[in-house]
Design a protein around this ligand. Sequence first.
Ligand code: GAR
Length: 198
Amino acid sequence: MLISGSGSNLQAIVDAQADDPSFSAELAVVVSDRFGVGGLLRAETFGIPSEVVNWSDYPDRTAFTAAICQTLVRYDVELVVLAGFMRILSEEAIQRFPNAILNIHPALLPAFPGAHAVEDALAYGVKTTGVTVHFVDEHVDHGPIIAQEPVPVMAADTAALLHKRIQTIEHRLYPKCVRAAASGHLRVEGRTVIWNER
Ligand code: GAR
């Protein structure tokens, strides 16, 4: 799993695994693009190996992505789960892990891509936003959609309140998608993701 923040989605996936013996994928490594984030502490608590590939140590995205890929290969990973990972990976990652990188985005893509999806949806005045889980391709917040769920926007919402409700959905939806991907239950045909089991 690749993280940049608090790692609440990491927590949700670990919890889902604990609750479901058939969700048996091994969480090989948690990689952060920065030091000192909550997700690294969670990994330590769970006894999951963790690594920091510090964004600011690299001259550009290509070099950063190469270091991420080297780390993932060292841990022999088959599936890469981006959970609040706030960096864009360059093409090397997509080529090395085709249809094997999952991302979660706090909006109903293709609406509100980018790093400020919750704020952007609120500022636009939408009545419904939501959660998207998708495979990562070479464009930002663009790859084939695995699952989406709507979240209504309330009149009194702030970005923090809305994001909190969005995350409640994320913590249910992402483990389900990761479990399906890890069990080989997702097939991609063009832009369509076909679920063989729910
Ligand atoms: C999640 O809400 C995720 O949707 C968002 O970051 C949060 C990370 O939370 N991702 C993006 O905005 C990606 N563009 P977490 O660190 O507690 O899992």
